[in-house]
Design a protein around this ligand. Sequence first.
Ligand SMILES: Nc1nc2c(ncn2[C@@H]2O[C@H](COP(=O)(O)OP(=O)(O)OP(=O)(O)O)[C@@H](O)[C@H]2O)c(=O)[nH]1
Ligand SMILES: [Mg+2]
Length: 303
Amino acid sequence: MFENLKKAFSSFVEKIRMTQLSEKDIERFIEEFKLQLISSDVAVEVVEKLGEKLREELSELRFRRFTEPTMQVKEIMNKLIDEVLPPEGLIEKVLDKIEEKKKQGEPFIILFVGPNGGGKTTTVAKIAWFFKNKGYSSIIAASDTFRAGAIEQIRKLGEIVKVKVVSQKYGADPAAVALDAVMSARSDRIPLVLIDTAGRTEVDINLLEEMKKIKKVVKPDLVIYVGDALIGNLAVEQAKKFDEYVGIDYVVLAKLDADAKGGAAISISYITGKPLLFIGIGQGIGDIQLFNKKLIKQILIPN
Ligand SMILES: Nc1nc2c(ncn2[C@@H]2O[C@H](COP(=O)(O)OP(=O)(O)OP(=O)(O)O)[C@@H](O)[C@H]2O)c(=O)[nH]1
Ligand SMILES: [Mg+2]
């Protein structure tokens, strides 16, 4: 996870720590750093932004003089990460909203959208587990009534996390399944409804229209795009498209454990304006982690 980015950051820190840097050296190191970021799948726009910030910070540092290179370079790396990653406290905001709805006697509804095979269904179960551990039970709507095996898959996951799964037959209207789940949550006083949906590609306008319909009917409190970290920059582009057509609030990137590059996680919030809330780090129910700057700083900034 994040191996390539980690290498890019640590090799830059190593180089810049050396004393007596000429302006030319610095320029060269910045260019090398940018290239490494690009090859780690960080989006070009983000790489340019980081390069600019780095240049600005380093020239200021040269002016003030390099007295404690290690500390100063780490400080710069911290600033770089702050520049492109979302602010802290995202999950607290979501928990507050859930609590608010709970007080009104209404379930909080989260709709999950994303491409085929991106990791939606697994993520729905992981998130049910996450919230369960925070004291909020949920009901899952099996609104992927399209892909063969989808209903069985979510039912099985529901058994593992011990969460009720509301389903109908294959071919049923996904919005109707979701509404069933909402009704069930109301009568059982369950605070959360998590809606799994069929995967669709961002170029399939008909399926995106259907997604819009589900959203219109169900009126979710949040829409979460679940993308596949392994496809790198494409996941960023895809999230943008889903946002344009359907409207999303947050992003989850699955399969970070299998991705040595990690660049999509760095770019996606900045480019889409939709914060990355969780990352998937394995196939197990507990393999989900809250994404935040602190985590990334710990991983990327060398000791
Ligand atoms: N290594 C790893 N595998 C994951 C992760 N999340 C999901 N997967 C695997 O990716 C595959 C697809 O996951 P699903 O959750 O079925 O994806 P989906 O988006 O629901 O797929 P469709 O319903 O077909 O659109 C499964 O084999 C999952 O076990 C993750 O964080 N890490
Ligand atoms: Mg699925």
